[in-house]
Every structure is written in structure tokens, then in C-alpha cells.
Design a protein around this ligand. Structure first.
Ligand code: GMT
Length: 379
């Protein structure tokens, strides 16, 4: 049997798929007997339940009038170096190349006597799809990948885009995201009552940070085109302030059917209560929220963008439309709103697909295999 590892995890703590994934993976590793040290500027949002093998280390950033722009990367690398030394970490799993892999590599340079810990970098999207296009960032992202021991992406599509964007020669392993549903705390009826949605209504669900890349406006427009729509409600779990959309909702005349909730951490109750997921992103390396919806046995209407077709099988677990094709999105939603049997069939297929390809333990084991392989070279 392999020895237990001491793993450092660097991630963004806020609501967002990468932090959620990092936290769930860390928890699964801890449950498998490894020590897991989270390092970030805040406690990750889903790191709520204590575990004897999970530790959190806060990165404090001081403000200096000398600096026009405050810096996080350097205090982060100092913290990583300290924690690596104090707990004798074997591996650092950093989510995002910049600034996390950059800081991890700097931290390792501060310990010249050892090459440990090994650095495994997971790309979640923006390193490639946004910052990779910026000449002020591109070279440092490429450098951070090439000097990491292991590099992973969360979909084949992101891997292909990464190779194309950076002409990177470092091997890249695809390890998909996963989701293990949590037990629901409130039943379907109770959640719908809270939202003012009748049991017989069709409840559509969208969960995101509403960044422009999510094209949430397209969802509102498609929703406003539905026929016989009084019994169809759209619930939005927003990871950012949704006010900018209130006017659009009013202009489209759908204010009595769109319900916003802000910063919901316990998403499972809402996932359980909904009938259908809706996503309009122009860029999505994986789409963790889509997977979360599938796990609860619901179909998803989404755009054919990035890694989404690796998660949704068109016509089997949901319906895919082209980015920006609002009419096609409205029609696909209408088809599923009108046909409860189709929703049930696709939802069941989706849950089966999620369990077969995107569940926690096998994906944790893929990461652990990579950690051991990367550590071996420094023994
Ligand atoms: O999509 C976002 O705005 C948040 C971002 C994040 O850091 O969580 O999501 C990215 O990582 C998720 C976890 O791997 C993926 O499921 C999302 O598809 C990806 N977002 C984009 O590529 C736009």
C-alpha cells in the first residue's frame, strides 16, 4: 500500500467551480488518510465541516503605500514555503497557473536544499482562455506550466486549447471534474414554497457568477420567448450581485417569473427541487454546475462551447445549442418544458453518466496516482 501523503492545496476560496472542486478533492484525500493543507486568503467556502486531517493556513496581505498595486503572489509564496517546511509537504496541488503555480515554484526555489514538494498544476480555464491571450501574462503562464511537475486540465477541450495557445511541450493529463451530491436538508416542496413555485410549475435553474462569459442575458431572452410560460419559473443562484440584470428582467416583462438568490452555499436543496438546468456560456472549460444538475437527475440545455459537450451528450442527457442562438435555446427549453417524460428520461441518463464518469473516488484516485508519480522523482 502507498504511504499517506502530506498535500498542500492552493485555490481560490470563493464560490466558483475551481475552489469547490479543490475543496471536495481535498476532503476525499483526507478521508482516504492523507493530510491536506489548504493555503489561501480566506477559508474555502465549502470547507465548513472540520476533519482531523484537514488544515487551513491563511495568507495575509499587507497594504503598503509604496505599492500602487497590492501584491498577493509574494506573501502566498512565502506562506507556501513556510507550510512546506513546517509540515514537510510531499506535493502541492495548485489550482490555476497564475498566480498559484508561479507562487509555488517561487516557494520551492526558496528551499534550495530540496526539490520537494512536487508541484501539480490544474488549469481550470482562464489561464488559457483569457490570460493566455494577454502578452503580459502569457509567458509567465507558459513558464509556470513548463516548470510544474504535473499539469492537468479539466477537459480535453481545455487541453487542446492550452497546447494551441502556449505551444506547450509539457505533458498534460486530462482529469475531469467530479461531483458527489450532498444529502439534501430540505425537501422539494419546502424549497419550492420558499421560492413561491408551485409543485406543478416547471422550475428552471441557472447557477453562476454571472460574468459576461456566461451570457446570462441570452438565458433571460430565451426564457422570455417561452409559450404558455406562467407555469415556468427561472431560479438563478448568483455568485455575484445580480442587480445589473434587474432592469433587463423588467424590460422583458418576466420579473414575476425570475427569482434570484445570492451566495447560496447549500446548492443541493435547489438542485433537487428543479426540473431543468440552463447554461448559455460562450466559454466553459467543463461546467461543474452542469454536472451538479445532472447528478440530481435533471436534463440540461446548454451551449456547445469548450468542454460542455464532454459533459452533456446532446439528445441523451440534455440539448446543446450554438452560442448566442437564442431562438434555438428557447425551442430546446420549450421542448423539455412541454415533455415531462423526456425530461425524466434525459435526467436519468444524465445521472447515470455522472455516476459512471464524474464521481469522486475514481477521480481522486487519478489525482493521487499523479501525486505519487510526481513525488517519486524527488525520493
Ligand atoms: O466559470 C467561472 O467563472 C469560474 C471558474 C472557476 O475558477 O471556478 O470556472 C472554471 O473552472 C470550473 C472548475 O474546473 C469549470 O467547471 C468552469 O467551466 C471553468 N469556467 C470557465 O472555463 C469559464
Amino acid at each position: 500500500m502507498n504511504r499517506p501523503l502530506r498535500i498542500g492545496v492552493v485555490c481560490y476560496p470563493s464560490i466558483g467551480g475551481s475552489g469547490i472542486l479543490a475543496t471536495s478533492l481535498g476532503r476525499l484525500c483526507a478521508e482516504a488518510g492523507h493530510d491536506v493543507h489548504f493555503i489561501s486568503y480566506e477559508k474555502p467556502i465549502r470547507l465548513n465541516e472540520p476533519h482531523p486531517r484537514i488544515f487551513f493556513h491563511l495568507v495575509s496581505v499587507s497594504e503598503y503605500s509604496l505599492f500602487k498595486y497590492s501584491d498577493y503572489t509574494l506573501p502566498l509564496s512565502v506562506k507556501i514555503a513556510d507550510i512546506s517546511e513546517e509540515y514537510d509537504l510531499d506535493v502541492l496541488h495548485v489550482h490555476y497557473a497564475v498566480p498559484h503555480a508561479t507562487a509555488a515554484l517561487l516557494a520551492r526555489q526558496m528551499r534550495p536544499e530540496t526539490m520537494r514538494p512536487a508541484v501539480v498544476t490544474t488549469l481550470h480555464g482562464t489561464d488559457t482562455t483569457l490570460l493566455g491571450k494577454d502578452p503580459h501574462y502569457m509567458p509567465i503562464i507558459k513558464h509556470s506550466m513548463e516548470h510544474s511537475d504535473g499539469v492537468t486540465t479539466v477537459s480535453k477541450s481545455l487541453k487542446a486549447q492550452t497546447i494551441e495557445t502556449f505551444d506547450v511541450k509539457h505533458p498534460i493529463e486530462v482529469i475531469y471534474n467530479f461531483y458527489d451530491p450532498a444529502p439534501v436538508k430540505r425537501g422539494k416542496r419546502e424549497v419550492r414554497q420558499e421560492l413561491g413555485i408551485a409543485d406543478t410549475d416547471v422550475m428552471l435553474l441557472h447557477m453562476s457568477n454571472l460574468r459576461p462569459v456566461k451570457r446570462f442575458g441570452d438565458i433571460l431572452k430565451a426564457f422570455s420567448r417561452l409559450r404558455k410560460s406562467e407555469a415556468v419559473k427561472l431560479v438563478v443562484l448568483a455568485g455575484a450581485e445580480p442587480d445589473t440584470y434587474f432592469r433587463k428582467v423588467r424590460d422583458l416583462g418576466i420579473e414575476d417569473r425570475v427569482i434570484f438568490r445570492r451566495n447560496i452555499v447549500e446548492i443541493d436543496d435547489y438542485l433537487n427541487a428543479c426540473d431543468l438546468g440552463i447554461y448559455a456560456s460562450e466559454q466553459e472549460s467543463f461546467g461543474l454546475s452542469i454536472l451538479e444538475t445532472m447528478c440530481y437527475g435533471h436534463p440540461v440545455v446548454a451551449t456547445n462551447a469548450g468542454g460542455i459537450p464532454e459533459v452533456i451528450v446532446d439528445g441523451e442527457t440534455g440539448l446543446l445549442v450554438d452560442v448566442g442562438d437564442i431562438e434555438a435555446m428557447a425551442q430546446s427549453i420549450q421542448t423539455l418544458v412541454d415533455d415531462a417524460i423526456l425530461r425524466q428520461d434525459m435526467g436519468r441518463n444524465g445521472a447515470e453518466r455522472a455516476a459512471a464518469y464524474f464521481s469522486g473516488s475514481p477521480i481522486r484516485d487519478q489525482y493521487l496516482k499523479l501525486y505519487y508519480k510526481m513525488c517519486e522523482q524527488y525520493v
